[in-house]
Design a binder for this molecule. Sequence first.
Ligand SMILES: CC(C)(COP(=O)(O)OP(=O)(O)OC[C@H]1O[C@@H](n2cnc3c(N)ncnc32)[C@H](O)[C@@H]1OP(=O)(O)O)[C@@H](O)C(=O)NCCC(=O)NCCS
Length: 296
Amino acid sequence: MTIREVRASGLECLALATELLQRARLVDAEAGLWEAADLQWWWRTPRRSDTIDQLFWIDGEGPVAGVVLTDWGRAWGCDPIVVRGVSTIPLPTVWARAVEAIDALGLEAIEVLAREDDSELLSLLAGAGFVADDDRSGITWMDARSRPDVAALPDGFALVDRAEQMTRPHPMRQRNGEGVEARLRECSLYDPALDLAVEAADGQAAGYALFWFDPVTEVGMVEPMRVEDAYQRRGLARAMLTAGLDRLARRGARRLKVGYGTDAARALYVGAGFRVTSTSRSYARRRPVGCEDTAE
Ligand SMILES: CC(C)(COP(=O)(O)OP(=O)(O)OC[C@H]1O[C@@H](n2cnc3c(N)ncnc32)[C@H](O)[C@@H]1OP(=O)(O)O)[C@@H](O)C(=O)NCCC(=O)NCCS
């Protein structure tokens, strides 16, 4: 099948990335790092990368590969994505075009998250001078039929969703900006009834968690999950998680996925029945921009 290159930015890029990741998931139940919902979550706040033209390869049915560059502030993330077994564009070609794009944009600090079992990407990263950091993150999966029973909240707390509770400001605005809810509503997979929060008796948001149902892949995903420091270790995360997973299953999710970056989060998810299927490390390259900047 003929493959052509297209470039897209902003919401058009997000739509292509969504199709690309959905296709990758339909081909392989656990391949790669990201669901389409992950990239939709990244859309929650405006970024410089929204305006750049990102590269995709498309066949008659849609995208088969792409390079997604994301401005995280501290560095730019680079995600070379290939639908393996379908794309005739191999990962080394996608990676070479990613490096070209990074150079063309003059980006100094780049981070690439790579699975520890992705030997092809790991060797490309080593060849390009990327160095791993010490932290490991991971991905966990669960069959929706194995989901835990919904756990009760401790007294004095209430579970609310964004479909029923619109009078208070969105609890994610403090970390993600006032525009977070408007940005989320631009995402095709965002569902206010799966946007949960726990409120304390005085109405304060004690925690929040967002669940994403993808009707194409029938995957239900959790991202983010947060309980504010003052309210931790009282079972609030477990209550939100089990309630959200139940809503995802009722919506039609057959498989459930969540990634973790900390021991506490891993313990929460494994304790709820998720199984770690892959671990990842972040690889970074920081390029000196001038002589005076090379000293660390
Ligand atoms: C991870 C987090 C959501 C847990 O919230 P929480 O309401 O305190 O969690 P719960 O009280 O419901 O705990 C449920 C289980 O999670 C695990 N857990 C929670 N906090 C933990 C910690 N600090 N260390 C180890 N395990 C922990 C335990 O298994 C716990 O069960 P237990 O209390 O019976 O031992 C919270 O610490 C948080 O928001 N952290 C910062 C943001 C974050 O890392 N989010 C996850 C991103 S993937």
